[in-house]
Ligand binder design. Structure first.
Ligand SMILES: [Zn+2]
Length: 87
């Protein structure tokens, strides 16, 4: 077996410009999956990106079905509620 020792690498996140560690474990994970690129984002930015994307999709889906089902009813309710509250 070829001995190629991996080392932790310090990379710069493209989002927050902070240094982050591309750990040996992460490198092995990338290798296992056949990904030759190094990560561009630190873990927290990457998670945020992932979360943001998923949330957007969810919201779009929600909005779409809302309007079809009972968007009007909810809109009216909210509107009158705000008006009463301000009085
Ligand atoms: Zn970052």
């Amino acid at each position: 077996m070829e001995e190629e020792r991996l080392k932790d690498k310090i990379l710069i996140c493209v989002d927050c410009n902070e240094e982050f560690v591309f750990t040996v474990a992460a490198q092995e994970y990338f290798l296992e999956r056949g990904i030759s690129e190094e990560p561009k984002r630190c873990k927290s930015c990457y998670m945020q990106l992932k979360k943001g994307k998923r949330q957007q999709q969810k919201e779009n889906r929600k909005k779409g079905s809302y309007r079809k089902n009972n968007g009007n009813a909810n809109g009216n309710y909210r509107y009158s509620y705000n008006r009463d509250y301000k009085k």
